[in-house]
Design a protein around this ligand. Structure first.
Ligand code: SF4
Length: 332
């Protein structure tokens, strides 16, 4: 009985016992064991594109912090929800708006799941895939993220298959090892590479000073949850920074020992303090050509949601840090 109610609650987005026709005693038992309130929707912004509408939603959590999630159209009626796992992020990637906020706090499992429930049940968005690529480094919040994966994947609940779930990481070595031990055999994993020389990557992504490319490569070579696993390698192309033929050759060199994989080329989306301009089509095509000539499968990630600051690297509000009421709980 309880699993049937759980399933219905997840599928219909109703979390009040009376809505299931339960008697007063059962309602009281429910309330004593379980409470779940969906976060308030603060803003919804949409951007029309060729493949459909990209929707960014801003949600207010119970303690007043706000997180952002983006629903991305993937064509043929399919949508991917890009969820946040933290308020802010301590990784401080230089090209990312969230990185400028610093880490304010981890999201709890229910706050991660709530993003999907709000998108589906409050906004009516048909979500098929979930990718942990919103605000925060998912593997820096492993307990809540792994539990969220279990809830998303649970047959009795949301029942989203592992093939439709993706963890994206800057290359958090301990997190990747931990993820492997969880036994999610069909889960997707992608890393943000963005540079394949230690000097440049350390400049763009401070985590590289702790886990250099050689260590990251060896952790990824050991990540084999199934025989036909294919790693996603995200590369954000920034003109004048990481867009030369030598950069492409270094990417190919890094990827070669990793086995099956796909490079997702993401044109840089300038945020509030851009470190480069957005590349033009010719620059993107040229870089893709170099990667393909080096034998790498490459897909260009079409930019969606840039006009509403919903594209990759544009989530987050660095001004949050300046608000005194939030500063007190900042994690160093
Ligand atoms: S790119 Fe990801 S890991 Fe890097 S600062 Fe932004 S949210 Fe954090």
């Amino acid at each position: 009985m309880s699993r049937r109610i759980y399933r219905q609650a997840m599928h219909k987005g109703r979390f009040y016992p009376a809505s299931f026709g339960l008697g007063p005693e059962a309602c009281a038992a429910w309330r004593s064991e379980f409470s779940f309130d969906l976060p308030e929707i603060v803003a919804v912004r949409s951007d029309e594109g060729e493949q459909g509408t990209t929707t960014k939603m801003v949600l207010r959590l119970q303690d007043g912090f706000e997180v952002e999630s983006v629903c991305i159209p993937m064509g043929r009626g399919r949508h991917t929800l890009c969820v946040s796992s933290q308020v802010g992020c301590k990784m401080r990637c230089t090209f990312c708006e969230t990185g400028r906020m610093g880490l304010l706090r981890h999201l709890t499992t229910d706050e991660i799941i709530a993003q999907l429930l709000v998108a589906r049940h409050r906004l009516g968005l048909p979500i098929r895939n979930v990718v942990f690529m919103g605000m925060g480094e998912a593997l820096d919040n492993p307990d809540n993220v792994m539990q969220a994966l279990r809830v998303l994947n649970d047959d009795a609940g949301l029942a989203i298959s592992q093939e439709r779930l993706t963890i994206c990481t800057v290359g958090h070595a301990e997190g990747i090892r931990l993820l492997l031990r969880q036994g999610f055999k069909r889960l997707n994993l992608s890393i943000s590479l963005n540079a394949a020389s230690d000097a440049l990557r350390s400049q763009l992504m401070p985590i590289n000073r702790r886990t250099d490319l050689a260590e990251l490569q060896s952790v990824l070579m050991a990540y084999r949850p199934r025989r036909n696993f294919a790693l996603g390698v995200n590369y954000c192309l920034m003109p004048g920074i990481n867009d030369t033929q030598a950069d492409a050759a270094a990417v190919a060199e890094f990827c070669r020992p990793l086995g099956r994989g796909l490079v997702n080329l993401i044109p840089y989306n300038p945020g509030s303090q851009p470190i480069a301009r957005a590349p033009d089509d010719a620059e993107v095509e040229r870089f893709i050509g170099w990667l393909r000539a080096a034998g790498l499968p490459v897909r260009e990630r079409v930019t969606k949601g840039r006009s509403v600051m919903a594209a990759c690297g544009q989530l987050g509000n660095p001004d949050v840090r300046a608000r005194g009421r939030l500063r007190a709980v900042t994690i160093p």
